[in-house]
Design a protein around this ligand. Sequence first.
Ligand code: HEC
Length: 160
Amino acid sequence: MRAFFPAIVLATTTLAACSHAPGAGDQGLHNHGSTSDIDARTEVVFPEPLRAHTLSNMRDHLKALAEIQIALAEGKFDTASAVAEQRLGMSSLKSHGAHDVARYMPAGMQAAGEAMHRSASRFAVEAQNSGATGDLKPAVQALAQVTATCVACHAGYRLR
Ligand code: HEC
């Protein structure tokens, strides 16, 4: 995952001072004490109205995650899959205005965004598989990877 996802390297680099080595599934998810007060995120400037549009998209990302978890809990795998693909996955790129916004992003941030879209599309497939096999675990693992991409980008970047 690291080779393909520079932002995770960025996130784990900031954890170097921690007493334990971060492993898979530990991508900046714990509070590492006083170092969390230091804001080492790269500041990125988006012109208005792209900034407001991006933050509005972000709130929808979180809402989509909530809807996906509710759908999974209710065994509605098709719904979980569709929400992921349309709101977070590769199919969401156009509605997000990703093309407009990408040119204001540093390369690592672009990669983090791509990783989110790809991982959400992968989850969409796993959710379908879970519907067929009844085994929830691969879908939950794939969803954890989606959330890790949110965490990694947030650890590396902020908007002015
Ligand atoms: C490519 C980078 C990137 C990815 C991927 C990403 N975000 Fe964000 N997100 C940001 C940035 C940058 C901000 C602004 C943070 C700041 O300025 O402090 C933000 C802000 C937010 C906010 C606050 C919105 C507001 O109104 O202030 C939420 C909620 C959010 N993101 C949710 C998510 C969720 C959920 C995911 C994953 C499904 C996600 N984001 C993935 C970059 C990203």
